[in-house]
Design a protein around this ligand. Structure first.
Ligand SMILES: [Zn+2]
Length: 354
């Protein structure tokens, strides 16, 4: 590398360093220098060989400059002004900033105006501070004949991302679900999440717990700082099956005895998302084939009025005990479901033909 290129490189490095370090203004930086009674130069060092044997007095560097005195060439290096520079004046909680000191002598004292920052490293040449909590503080560095004061702003680490464990959720009226919010980054200092429902009549939210109030759709919004996330809550009146049906009650025969020329009344409550088109009751008797009885267009409504009653004529039933085995449901859109387990869930959904 040529000398010129090396020089440019050094200049470049100095420039970069100065860009990243903010000089701290000296409040009352003063440095003492020494002047011989008839001296034409000032000395940084009173032991300077050029001062030896002379009467001298101590004045401030500023005073020496005002008098137009040039520095002594033998001790020039020691009279540069003391300085302090900081890498940044704005830090996040948990972050650090470095301070460089130049030509600060004596017993250097580091102090802060409050506990918003802590001094984690300190010496005569450098120091390091750490953001503890949001707010402003003044860092004071006192050296021999100089004092530096720097205002430092400590900021909270904002949330940059918010994620919910669900983005869509089906809920039955009166039921609740707990939504969990995850705030990123991990070191964020603002962790408080606020919750809001787009329609409190449909669903309310309290600290992430969503409670379904009535049929409809509500959007739950979680917010942390400037970031948010949403979850769509679909409130249904009943806990329908995947196919959209729910049989909530049934009574058929009540375990009683009937004659073959009689009929048995079946009353049932069937909730269906769409209009119920066909209901098939399946009865079983030991040693005999299952008996399927269809009721078509049993209803042309949905919602409140979902109670049905059917008359089952027993002329086709052989003598013995018949148990309701399952119910086959079909809606107007052709969605079909076989609901099983009535023999255990409704053990009295049976009758005996004499
Ligand atoms: Zn000198």
């Amino acid at each position: 590398m040529s000398r010129k290129a090396f020089g440019i490189l050094i200049c470049f490095i100095l420039l970069i360093t100065s860009v990243f370090y903010i000089p701290i203004k000296t409040k009352s930086a003063s440095i003492r220098v020494y002047v011989a009674s008839h001296g034409t130069v000032y000395h940084a060092d009173y032991t300077c060989r050029h001062l030896r044997g002379n009467n001298y007095s101590s004045i401030s560097l500023g005073e020496a400059r005002r008098r137009g005195l040039p520095p002594c060439s033998a001790c020039t290096g020691n009279i540069y002004n003391p300085s302090a520079s900081i890498s940044t004046k704005k830090i996040y909680v948990g972050e650090t900033a470095k301070i460089k000191l130049n030509y600060v002598t004596g017993n250097v004292v580091w102090s802060t105006s409050n506990s918003n920052i802590s001094i984690v490293e300190k010496s005569n040449t450098k120091g390091k501070i750490k953001g503890i909590k949001k707010g402003s503080t003044t860092l004071t560095i006192t050296g021999d004949g100089c004092i530096f004061k720097v205002k430092i702003k400590v900021m909270n680490v904002p949330a940059t991302k918010l994620k919910l464990n669900k983005t869509k959720c089906n809920l039955v009226v009166k039921k609740s679900v707990k939504l969990k919010a995850k705030v990123s980054p991990k070191n964020t200092t603002i962790k408080t999440v606020t919750w809001k429902s787009s329609d409190e009549k449909v669903a309310t939210v309290n600290n992430g717990v969503v409670t379904a109030k009535k049929e409809g759709t509500a959007k739950i919004t979680a917010k942390c700082g400037n970031v948010k996330a949403t979850c769509v809550i679909i409130v249904e009146k009943y806990s329908y099956s995947e196919q959209g049906f729910l049989v909530s009650a049934i009574s058929v025969g009540d375990g009683k005895k009937y004659k073959q020329n009689e009929s048995v009344m079946c009353t049932t409550t069937i909730h269906s998302k769409k209009t119920l088109d066909q209901v098939t009751l399946v009865f079983a008797k030991e040693g005999e084939e299952d008996k399927w009885i269809d009721f078509t267009k049993a209803s042309d409504y949905r919602g409140k009025k979902d109670k049905y009653s059917f008359d089952i004529k027993l002329s086709d039933f052989s003598a013995g005990k018949w148990q309701l085995k399952n119910i086959v449901l079909q809606d107007e859109d052709g969605s079909m479901e076989v609901v099983r387990g009535f023999d255990t869930k409704y053990p009295k959904a049976c009758f005996t033909v004499e």
